[in-house]
Write a protein that binds this ligand. Structure first.
Ligand SMILES: [Zn+2]
Length: 81
């Protein structure tokens, strides 16, 4: 197994990168910006990576909104008309 550095600090990224750097098909896909398809295993790992990134981003947005809502004063009723 090749050790790689995860750029987004997710296990799914690490798993994909470990596959990517041992798979010529997925390396070619990465270099050609979608012109070359990933292999079936690489595609499944890539899909899992993208889903994990989207889920993390959604959780961060929801946490941000919750923080903003917690800053509201009790008398605030919304935007002024
Ligand atoms: Zn592959």
């Amino acid at each position: 197994m090749i050790d790689t550095y995860s750029t987004v600090d997710l296990p799914e990224d690490q798993v994909y990168l470990s596959h990517h750097f041992t798979c010529p098909t997925c390396c070619a896909a990465g270099r050609t910006s979608g012109l070359q398809l990933r292999c079936p295993q690489g595609l499944a790992l890539w899909d899992a990576y993208e889903a994990a990134v989207l889920a993390r981003d959604q959780a961060e947005r929801e946490a941000h909104v919750a923080r903003l809502k917690s800053l509201n004063t009790p008398n605030r009723t919304g935007p002024r008309q």
